[in-house]
Design a protein around this ligand. Structure first.
Ligand code: HEC
Length: 130
């Protein structure tokens, strides 16, 4: 009886562990680490504060959920205007490793975030900007 109980508990613990392992990739990145990625790779061209100014690229406050090329006052390329993208976290993960691949002709002159951990962290950070 005791043995059965121990076994049941062990199973429950294992089950929980497996669930947590499954949940981990979906829980994505670390926003604080993503802020550092932003500072080193994006901040020379983008601000991320509410109402922040344009540098070379548009302000990215509230970017997750925003329709592409929708910030008034920024002269977007016709390529990104025609893309029809709404920036979900998945779309950002598709765009940022190679911007010119998802949006050929974009004027975002940036090679891309190639490191998958940095990409996850960065997109997690961008999602906090609201
Ligand atoms: C060399 C300057 C530069 C760098 C570096 C850069 N961007 Fe951009 N970004 C731009 C420009 C310019 C545009 C406008 C693109 C267009 O009009 O085709 C843009 C557009 C964007 C857009 C689309 C915005 C919208 O309103 O539709 C996103 C999202 C974006 N950048 C994210 C990033 C992130 C995140 C990084 C850092 C990994 C980054 N960019 C690095 C210049 C840059």
């Amino acid at each position: 009886m005791v043995r059965l109980l121990v076994r049941t508990l062990a199973c429950a613990t294992l089950g929980l562990g497996a669930l947590m392992a499954l949940a981990a990739p979906a829980a994505a990145g670390d926003a604080a680490a993503g802020k550092t990625v932003f500072a080193s790779q994006c901040a020379m061209c983008h601000t991320a504060t509410k109402g922040g100014p344009t540098i070379l690229g548009p302000n990215l406050y509230g970017i997750v959920g925003r329709k592409s090329a929708s910030l008034t006052g920024f002269a977007y390329s016709s390529a990104i205007k025609a893309s029809g993208i709404t920036w979900s976290t998945d779309q950002l993960k598709a765009y940022l490793p190679a911007p010119a691949k998802l949006v050929p002709g974009t004027k975002m002159a940036f090679a891309g975030v190639k490191n998958p951990t940095q990409l996850d962290d960065l997109v997690t950070y961008l999602a906090t900007l609201k």
